[in-house]
Design a binder for this molecule. Structure first.
Ligand code: P6P
Length: 340
């Protein structure tokens, strides 16, 4: 039939991570691989339900509001529940932090393991009814030596995470992951039920031509952001202005930024003094991925991964993406703050 024969050497996420972990030598216990298998399972479950949402009437409000005061959508609640149950059952976790839960979960001894997972089970969920891409974001810490699992194990700089990733639910399910050795993208082959390596070694271009900000907040923006945006919208002679792309779903906006380059920003402003995005399960994982792909991630004045959070739902300003573009943002902050 002239069709290509099916590959018989498919690299699944599990195989790829196992190879990666084996490269760490005998110290690798396989625990992280098993934890990532549990996370894959949750992503497959959520992908299936997001896809069916319209058919089985899962869209629409669940009638409750979460700790952020946001109306919970049924898929939010379902996604949170599958993640909590699957991560607990894996026997590899000690502490769980979810955007949907006010308090952290300390896993009971029977199921206790040595990793802590912070996650937003379904980020961008305000877009569910519009069929826009949404996603799960997660970050993983090892518990501190001697710890039995407590808040101390997650109120740490993002630089101490051992893995981070997201799964974007759209025309296909894309899982993008780093375990500290670069960034790889996997696409769910629903017929196999496996995430297959499709984007090996993702590298973000050093400079892009796209900016991704919610300019509906412009009247609240502080001077460094106003000056920076003007510099790319009304560039000096000879340069072309940047294109604006903003989906309002962090996973989709960051995914595009990683693949195409450019800059994504959710600044602090006069209305949101610390910005909107949460440090532990939005800023840290996306900053880790961006740096591992060769980009930068800053609050404007500080490397995001150096922040030490004091509470699990704390927010911070976020500018991330191509190295040269983020360095421009930093310069505009230094000019206004007088540190140059
Ligand atoms: P705004 C979605 O609710 C979210 O947490 C992120 O996914 C997204 O980047 C941001 O908020 C969008 O916020 O204020 O632009 O609608």
């Amino acid at each position: 039939s002239g069709e290509e024969p099916p590959s018989t050497d498919i690299i699944t996420l599990t195989r790829h991570v196992l190879n990666d972990q084996f490269s760490l030598g005998p110290a690798a216990t396989g625990d992280l691989t098993l934890l990532l298998t549990a996370i894959q399972t949750t992503s497959k479950f959520i992908a299936t339900n997001v896809r069916k949402a319209r058919l089985i009437n899962l869209v629409g409000l669940a009638g409750e509001t979460n700790v952020q005061g946001e109306e919970q959508k049924k898929l939010d609640v379902l996604s949170n529940d599958i993640m909590v149950n699957s991560l607990r059952a894996s026997g590899k976790t000690a502490v769980l932090v979810s955007e949907e839960l006010e308090e952290a979960i300390i896993i009971e001894d029977r199921y206790k393991g040595s990793y802590c997972v912070v996650f937003d089970p379904l980020d961008g969920s305000s877009n569910i009814d519009a069929g826009v891409n949404i996603g799960t974001i997660f970050g993983i810490y090892r518990i501190k030596p001697g710890s039995k699992g407590s808040l101390e194990d997650v109120l740490r700089p993002g630089s101490e995470m051992v893995a981070a990733g997201y799964t974007m639910y759209g025309s296909s399910a894309n899982l993008v992951l780093t375990t500290g050795h670069g960034v790889n993208g996997y696409t769910l082959d629903a017929s196999l039920g496996e995430f297959i390596l499709t984007h090996p070694d993702i590298k973000i271009p050093p400079r892009g031509k796209i900016y991704s900000f919610n300019e509906g907040n412009s009247m609240y923006f502080n001077p460094p952001v106003i000056n920076y945006l003007n510099s790319i919208k009304y560039p000096q002679s000879g340069k072309s202005p940047y294109s604006a792309r903003y989906i309002g779903s962090m996973v989709a906006d960051v995914h595009r930024t990683l693949l195409y380059g450019g800059i994504f920003g959710y600044p602090a402003d006069k209305k949101s003094k610390s910005g909107k995005l949460r440090i532990l399960y939005e800023a840290f994982p996306m900053a880790f991925l961006t740096e591992q792909a060769g980009g930068l991630a800053t609050t404007g004045t500080q490397r995001i991964l150096d922040i030490i959070p004091t509470s699990i739902h704390q927010r911070c300003p976020v500018f991330l993406g191509s190295k040269d573009d983020v360095e421009d943002v930093i310069k505009f902050h230094e000019q206004v703050n007088g540190s140059v």
